[in-house]
Design a protein around this ligand. Structure first.
Ligand SMILES: Cc1cc2nc3c(=O)[nH]c(=O)nc-3n(C[C@H](O)[C@H](O)[C@H](O)COP(=O)(O)OP(=O)(O)OC[C@H]3O[C@@H](n4cnc5c(N)ncnc54)[C@H](O)[C@@H]3O)c2cc1C
Length: 371
């Protein structure tokens, strides 16, 4: 950030606003939140306003051990502080990117990010009363929403219930307390699975259940719900709300996705599977997928996922969220057609130009891919 001349920020002529795309950003701050969660803040050398919808995410493009890898991370900061943006990353044991970020990324380093994108945001589902539910690092999108409403002095009535393993694992604990001490329309409730010996804990204990929810937000049936956390947590919340007769059209959730299998392993796995399947597929209709740049073709059954077809052909199409939302795996189909069930990571214009998100596109007939 030292390259900034702060007077530039006030110069509306030279200040840019970022839009969905690929951006080179510089890490300007690293903050340890808990023992295994760190926040990284990014800015640009020239003044840029990082506007996005609270809840949206970016996809980081990194080179680790000579390989290009992509992973999505929610923007945990709020667009109300627009000259920088932050991500908050939990170190996953055995995880490639989260561990790399924790061990390597420091202030001054430049990386590429794609985005911002994402349907899970509070601007597309406006409401006067909200219930923000999060588990672990799933706090990031709902924190961005809460920060936005708090910073903009919004009248949105917020109930924020966050579940953590232990009191020391509560991310943003002090900021949450600060926010709830300042305004009446932010009620915070913390739930810990357990507390370690020597840790005082006066909050809720155990796992979120309907009795707890009825105490936390007796009027939860009237609230728009935004939920993010580990899959078992979100499944429990969904079941709890459904059983209570909650209108699930007003329930929104963000999944941090399935565990991605490393590309090489995926290719090996698919090579094995391809052999096993060969006999079974004798009678099944197959189609040819050609990757024109790479100059390779592969024969796969109709309905095969395009990203998997690429792996079988030994072609590595970068993939991040695996849910059709981040747009990292976009490729152009130059001949033939695919079916696609995406999650909003591609525009109608791109689709009209023949682009598909390979993680959620399946082949219907012979296709040629410009990759
Ligand atoms: C929309 C979206 C938003 C997200 N937002 C956030 C966020 O705000 N904060 C956050 O922390 N995360 C977020 N994530 C998750 C993030 O993208 C990564 O998935 C996460 O950081 C793990 O990536 P990794 O590279 O460290 O782990 P990976 O290398 O992808 O590994 C993940 C898991 O697989 C296991 N694993 C890896 N390789 C093997 C192997 N060979 N054998 C067995 N097990 C293996 C690891 O032990 C680990 O448990 C988000 C994801 C999405 C899709």
């Amino acid at each position: 950030m030292s390259e900034f001349n702060t007077s530039d920020f006030m110069d509306t002529m030279s200040t840019q606003v970022w839009t969905n795309g690929r951006h080179l950003v510089r890490c300007v701050k690293v903050i340890a939140e808990t023992k295994d969660v760190t926040t990284f803040t990014f800015g640009m050398s020239e003044p840029v306003l990082f506007f996005f919808k609270p809840g949206q995410f970016v996809t980081l493009e990194l080179e680790i051990d000579g390989e290009r890898v992509m992973r999505s991370y929610t923007i945990s900061s709020s667009p109300s502080i627009p000259y920088s943006f932050s991500i908050t990353v939990k170190r996953v044991e055995g995880g490639l990117v989260s561990k790399w970020l924790h061990d390597n990324l420091k202030s001054g380093d430049q990386i590429a990010v794609h985005g911002p994108v994402g349907k899970f945001n509070c601007m597309d589902f406006p409401s006067d009363k909200v219930l923000l539910l999060s588990g672990g690092v799933g706090i990031t999108p709902v924190m961005s929403m809460a920060r936005w409403w708090f910073d903009t002095d919004s009248e949105v009535d917020m109930v924020f219930a966050h579940s953590a393993r232990t009191p020391n694992d509560i991310i943003y604990a002090r900021e949450l307390e600060y926010m709830s001490s300042r305004v009446d329309n932010f009620q915070m409730h913390l739930i810990c699975e357990r507390n370690e010996i020597g840790q005082a804990w006066g909050g809720y204990r155990g796992y979120m259940n309907i009795h707890m929810l009825s105490l936390i937000a007796p009027d939860f049936m009237e609230r728009e719900v935004f939920c993010c956390g580990p899959e078992p947590y979100m499944a429990a919340v969904r079941n709890m709300l459904r059983d209570a007769g909650y209108d699930m059209d007003r329930y929104h959730e963000e999944s941090f996705g399935e565990t991605p299998v490393k590309d090489v392993e995926r290719a090996e796995k698919h090579a094995d599977m391809a052999e096993e399947q060969e006999a079974l597929d004798q009678d099944q209709e197959t189609v040819q997928v050609s990757f024109t740049d790479a100059g390779v073709q592969v024969q796969v059954p109709v309905g095969t996922n395009l990203n998997e077809a690429a792996a079988q052909a030994g072609v590595n199409i970068s993939k991040a969220c695996g849910l059709g939302i981040c747009g990292a795996c976009r490729v152009q189909v130059t001949s033939g057609e695919c079916d696609m069930d995406h999650g909003g990571g591609i525009t109608d214009e791109e689709i009209a130009e023949g682009y598909v998100l390979s993680c959620c596109a399946t082949v219907k007939g012979d296709v040629e891919i410009d990759y």
